[in-house]
Design a protein around this ligand. Structure first.
Ligand SMILES: NC(=O)c1ccc[n+]([C@@H]2O[C@H](COP(=O)([O-])OP(=O)(O)OC[C@H]3O[C@@H](n4cnc5c(N)ncnc54)[C@H](O)[C@@H]3O)[C@@H](O)[C@H]2O)c1
Ligand SMILES: O=P(O)(O)OC[C@H](O)CO
Length: 332
């Protein structure tokens, strides 16, 4: 039986742990707090992040990372992007030598501008062939409720991608494999920024034409950046690109879209952060790193630039809209 350690017991870590257990994988979760680990093990519910969802009784949880990691074939990294490096530094010693490391995080590290698989390789010293990324239209709660969805598991080593695919395929969760780790990670990180923009537009009161225009032009800038970094455009036209972009930009369950909506309807960054109740909207930090990454490759990303300026330079949403529409007109 495949054994997985899921490190991080937020919404997606918990929903994905359920998927793994439903697929017949032996799962141990790690939670930062003892109290949450005990609730998951004893009450089979994550009352903090996914209240009302019954977890399989086979899932156990611990606040001791080495207990969770003991004998793991697959190590699932389910903490927010900006905390992955510090957490991994503490976990590396206990990670089994041949385990596959699977990142669920959708972000670009600030400062280093590294993708999550690059952070993992740098901190753990693992060969890139042991590192995989999972990304797609995967809002946590509907998946935990068993609503059908598909995803992409990207790894340069197809054997490892297949091992993960088998460990999480269920009657409601359909994983596809891919070898394009860059495309998968760029799609996942960048769509959060575009979802912030859609939320801002929706908060102002704009409707479907505006949102569809932002999604489509957002995809154009994601493809420009992805291909400049070596991703395949077809990955970005698939589940980890268009699929996730549509789900996140359209859903009122998205933390990124909701965050943007609060800004668009006149809320401050502080009030939007407060209203998120500790749940991470990755795009708020990644807009800055994606923008810097794009600049370093001489790639134009006007929507990302606008989101960065609203979130971090005090530009108002109406002024951001004015700047975007005032740009030079050009062919599509
Ligand atoms: N929630 C979703 O629907 C969803 C779906 C797909 C991917 N993701 C991605 O998965 C990653 C994790 O998101 P989530 O939704 O589970 O987040 P979350 O906000 O629900 O929870 C984050 C988890 O990480 C822990 N955490 C927060 N800061 C930490 C730190 N500094 N050190 C250690 N642990 C810390 C929290 O205690 C919590 O257990 C993100 O990159 C997100 O973009 C989320
Ligand atoms: O709630 P969000 O905005 O972090 O998005 C969640 C997932 O990434 C959707 O696939």
């Amino acid at each position: 039986m495949t054994r997985a350690a899921v490190l991080g017991s937020g919404s997606w870590g918990t929903a994905f742990a359920k998927v793994l257990a439903d697929a017949g994988t032996d799962v141990t979760m790690w939670a930062r707090r003892d109290e949450l680990a005990s609730t998951i093990s004893d009450k089979h519910e994550n009352t903090d992040y996914l209240p009302g969802i019954s977890l399989p009784t086979s899932i156990s949880a611990t606040s001791d990372p080495s207990t969770a990691l003991d004998g793991a074939d697959i190590v699932v990294l389910a903490v927010p992007s900006q905390s992955l490096r510090a957490n991994l530094a503490e976990w590396t010693e206990s990670i089994p030598a041949d385990a596959t490391l699977l990142s669920l995080a959708k972000g670009i590290e600030t400062g280093t501008l590294l993708r999550m698989s690059q952070v993992i390789a740098q901190v753990t010293g693992a060969d890139p062939s042991r590192i995989a990324s999972l990304s797609g239209p995967n809002l946590a709660r509907p998946i935990a409720e068993g609503q059908p969805a598909a995803t992409v598991i990207a790894c340069s080593d197809s054997r490892r991608a297949l091992e993960i695919q088998k460990s999480c395929a269920t009657g409601y969760f359909r994983p596809y494999t891919n070898t394009d780790v860059i495309g998968c990670e760029i799609g996942g990180a960048c769509k959060n920024v575009i979802a912030l923009a859609c939320g801002m537009a929706s908060g102002v009161g704009y409707g479907e034409n505006t949102l569809a225009s932002i999604m489509t032009r957002g995809l154009a800038e994601i493809i420009r950046l992805g291909t400049a970094l070596g991703a395949s455009a077809s990955t970005l036209a698939g589940l980890a690109g268009v699929g996730d972009l549509v789900a996140t930009c359209s859903s009122t369950l998205s933390r990124n879209r909701t965050f943007g909506e609060r800004l668009g309807s006149g809320g401050s960054m502080e009030s939007a952060q407060k209203a998120a109740h500790g749940q991470v909207a990755e795009g708020v930090k990644s807009c800055t790193s994606v923008r810097a990454l794009a600049e370093s490759y001489d790639v134009e990303m006007p929507l990302t630039e606008a989101v960065h300026r609203v979130c971090h330079e005090g530009l108002s949403v109406p002024d951001a809209v004015g700047h975007l529409l005032g740009r030079r007109i050009k062919p599509e």
